[in-house]
Write a protein that binds this ligand. Structure first.
Ligand code: ATP
Ligand code: MG
Ligand code: FE
Length: 351
């Protein structure tokens, strides 16, 4: 089947056309980032995001359809993010999808954005259930046990800031531009990782929860002592920060894989990474090493599919439609929608 996907939950306006589940193919995937509109505010401004989605979504959808060489007749269903996310943007995307589905007389699938991230690796790789997912983005940092479509268990999460958020806040306090992750990574590459020692929060405690707010505070304290900080100090602080985050993620990944093997002794252990922070090369290397040590497969979808995109939403729509007919016309957009809540991601959830 061929599905049109729409994603508007944060600061990317995206549309894509994807075929599957057999002969999986991304026919088009158009993403328009709003970063330029938000940079001067040092973060995403919800009202600006919603307006920017309204202004451009029609053209993005038309562009994705054109690039895919598809007419409405070629589309079997429309899938759109129905939450969680910035509600103004979610409403714009989901209502647009409802209108298209109604006008073109196609089924509508309301996709949980996190489910989109969770299932992406099955679009890009040959990956069977169950698997372990580490979602690390601007809004989320969590380990999820993915047992099947709509069957998720959150094993651990950050108790404060998401990792991407911690990267962004750290960048801001060091005077680096938004979004901070790529800038911190670039500075860290020129830094001396041994000069500062930042904490590895929560690692002294069992379980899979994580904490990143303290890390940023510790970094601020170190930076304050040295004010005004020179460029090399910024690089050294970035290196220390990135190393702490990588260490915490690697340690928790090893524990998560141990838990996975315990729960599913017969399954091939696999850890999938998703979310914008997965772009970070040092974090990738640490996760790969942790997976290797545990004898597990490490799956990292291409970067363009790790960050927010609509191909993952179209794909999640395809996966949901394999379970049976879906008609989410009565579904309301939801600002919060935990993936492991009862029936999350399955028909009718959130009505
Ligand atoms: P969510 O998907 O949870 O709603 P989001 O849309 O903000 O949140 P993404 O678009 O997946 O998340 O990722 C953006 C985040 O990834 C930002 O916080 C950004 O700083 C971070 N990021 C991007 N590249 C890197 C990198 N190279 N290193 C570390 N972090 C990065
Ligand atoms: Mg984003
Ligand atoms: Fe996302």
């Amino acid at each position: 089947m061929t599905v049109l996907g729409i994603e508007t939950s944060c600061d990317e306006t995206a549309a894509a056309v994807v075929c599957g589940p057999a002969n999986k193919r991304i026919l088009s995937s158009t993403i328009r980032s709003q970063i330029d509109e938000h940079t001067e505010f040092g973060g995403v401004v919800p009202e600006i995001a919603a307006r920017a989605h309204i202004e451009i979504l029609d053209r993005i959808v038309a562009g994705a359809m054109h690039e895919a060489g598809c007419s409405w007749d070629d589309i079997d269903a429309v899938a759109a993010t129905a939450g969680p996310g910035l509600i103004g943007g979610v409403i714009v995307g989901f209502m647009t999808a409802k209108a298209i589905a109604m006008a073109a007389n196609k089924p509508l699938v309301g996709v949980n954005h996190l489910e989109g991230h969770a299932l992406t690796a099955r679009l890009t790789d040959d990956l069977a259930f169950p698997f372990l997912l580490l979602l690390v983005s601007g809004g989320h940092s969590q380990f999820l046990l993915v047992r099947g479509v709509g069957d998720y268990e959150r094993l651990g999460t950050t108790i404060d800031d998401a990792i991407g958020e911690a990267f962004d806040k750290t960048a801001k306090l060091l005077g680096l531009p938004y979004p901070g992750g790529p800038h911190v990574e670039k500075m860290a590459a020129k830094g001396d990782v041994t000069r500062f020692r930042l904490p590895r929060p929560l690692l002294d405690r069992p379980g899979l929860d994580m904490s990143f707010a303290g890390l940023k505070t510790a970094l601020r304290t170190q930076a304050k002592k040295l004010e005004p900080v020179d460029e090399q100090t910024i690089c050294d602080l970035c290196a220390a920060f990135q190393r702490s985050v990588s260490d915490v993620l690697a340690a928790r990944t090893k524990s998560a894989l141990a838990l996975f093997k315990d729960r599913h002794p017969d399954a091939e252990p696999a850890i999938v990474v998703a979310g914008g922070v997965a772009a970070n090369q040092e974090i990738r290397r640490s996760l790969l090493a942790a997976a290797d040590e545990a004898g597990a497969r490490f799956v990292a979808p291409p970067l363009t599919l790790c960050t927010d995109n609509a191909a993952m939403i179209a794909w999640a729509g395809i996966e949901r439609l394999q379970l049976g007919p879906v008609d989410d016309m009565a579904l309301s957009p939801r600002p919060r929608w935990p993936l492991d809540a009862a029936n999350a991601g399955v028909l009718g959830a959130g009505k």
